[in-house]
Design a protein around this ligand. Structure first.
Ligand code: GUN
Length: 302
C-alpha cells in the first residue's frame, strides 16, 4: 500500500492484525467444535486513565470478535493493592481463565512488579512476569510481550529479516524497548539500545537498518535521523494539536518526513497498535493450548 507523497512502503498493521485475528478465530472455532470451552482472557483495569480505558475496550471487543471469552474487572484509582492482588489470586485459581492482563500504567501507589508477579506465569497474557522475561532472555519458548511480538510479526509479514542487520531501539522500557531488543537479537540483528541519557542519539539512529522508536515523545525522530532505505517502526501514540488547533494522532516519528527517507514505515494509527491486540489474542490461545494440552495442527500465523 502506498500513499500520496510517501515513497516508503507502509507496514499495514491493521490489515496484518485482521488476518491474524481471522486465523485465530478459525483456530478457536476448531478448538471448541467438540463442545470444549472457549479460551478466556481476564483484563484488569485500575484507575481512570482515558487512554487505558480505550485500549482495554478495544482488547475486550477483539476477544468477542475472535470467539475468546473475556472478563473486565475495573477498580477505582484509589483501590488498595491488596484488592487488586486478591482478584489476581482468584483469577489464577479460575480454570476458565487462560490469560490475565493487567493494563499498565498502574496508579503510583501500586507496585507494578508486585502485581505482575502475582499473575500465574502460565496465565500471563502479556509475557511480563519475570519468569517469562527470563524465558525470553534465555531464548526459551514462552509468552512474549505483545507489542514487541507484534513488531516482529509485522517485520516477518513484510519480508524484513533482521539477520545481520543493524537494529537501533530507542526506549528501554520493560514493556517494549528491552523485550524488542532481545527479540531482534534472537533474530541475529546487531542491536543498539538507546534511551534518554544516550548521547548523539540522532547519529546512532542514522546507523540503523531497522529503527524501532519507543521513546514516548511525540514526533521526536525526524527525517534527518533516518538512514536512506531504513525500516522504521513507530511504537509511539500521542494526541497532538497542530498550529490550526486541530487534534490528530501522531507517533514518536515525524511521519511525513520520515516516509520520504525510509524504505518501509509503520503508520500511526494503524501500525503497531493493532498488532499489540492481535498478539494478546494469540498469547491467550497459546496459553489455552498449553493448559488444555492441545497442540497446533497447522503452521498457522501466531
Ligand atoms: N499499556 C500499554 N501497552 C500495554 C500492553 O501491551 N500491556 C499492558 N498490560 N499494558 C499496556
Amino acid at each position: 500500500m502506498r500513499e500520496k507523497n510517501v515513497s516508503a512502503q507502509i507496514l499495514d498493521g491493521s490489515a496484518t492484525a485482521a488476518a491474524i485475528r481471522e486465523d485465530l478465530a478459525a483456530q478457536v472455532k476448531e478448538l471448541t467444535a467438540g463442545g470444549k470451552r472457549a479460551p478466556g482472557l481476564a483484563v484488569v483495569l485500575v484507575g481512570d486513565d482515558p487512554a487505558s480505558h480505550i485500549y482495554v475496550k478495544n482488547k475486550v471487543n477483539a476477544c468477542k470478535k475472535t470467539g475468546i471469552q473475556s472478563w473486565l474487572f475495573q477498580f477505582p484509582a484509589d483501590a488498595t493493592p491488596s484488592a487488586v492482588l486478591s482478584k489476581l489470586h482468584e483469577l489464577n485459581e479460575d480454570n476458565s481463565v487462560d490469560g490475565i492482563l493487567v493494563q499498565l500504567p498502574l496508579p503510583k501507589h501500586i507496585d507494578t512488579e508486585e502485581v505482575l508477579e502475582a499473575i500465574s506465569p502460565e496465565k500471563d497474557a502479556d509475557g511480563l512476569h519475570c519468569l517469562n522475561v527470563g524465558l525470553l532472555a534465555t531464548g526459551k519458548a514462552g509468552p512474549r510481550p505483545c507489542t514487541p511480538l507484534g513488531v516482529i510479526r509485522l517485520l516477518e509479514r513484510y519480508g524484513v529479516d533482521p539477520n545481520g542487520q543493524t537494529a537501533v531501539v530507542i526506549g528501554r522500557s520493560n514493556l517494549v524497548g528491552k523485550p524488542v531488543a532481545l527479540m531482534l537479537l534472537e533474530k541475529n540483528a546487531t542491536v543498539t539500545m538507546c534511551h534518554s541519557k544516550s548521547k548523539n542519539l540522532d547519529q546512532i539512529a542514522r546507523g540503523a537498518d531497522i529503527l524501532v522508536v519507543a521513546a514516548g515523545r511525540p514526533q521526536m525522530v525526524t527525517a534527518s535521523w533516518i538512514k536512506p532505505g531504513a525500516v522504521v517502526i513507530d511504537v509511539g501514540i500521542h494526541r497532538a494539536t497542530n498550529d490550526k488547533g486541530e487534534s490528530k494522532i501522531v507517533g514518536d516519528v515525524e511521519f511525513d518526513g520520515a516516509a520520504q527517507v525510509a524504505s518501509k514505515i509503520t503508520p500511526v494509527p494503524g501500525g503497531v497498535g493493532p498488532m499489540t491486540i492481535a498478539m494478546l489474542l494469540s498469547n491467550t490461545v497459546q496459553n489455552y493450548r498449553k493448559r488444555m494440552n492441545v497442540r497446533e495442527t497447522s503452521p498457522a500465523l501466531k
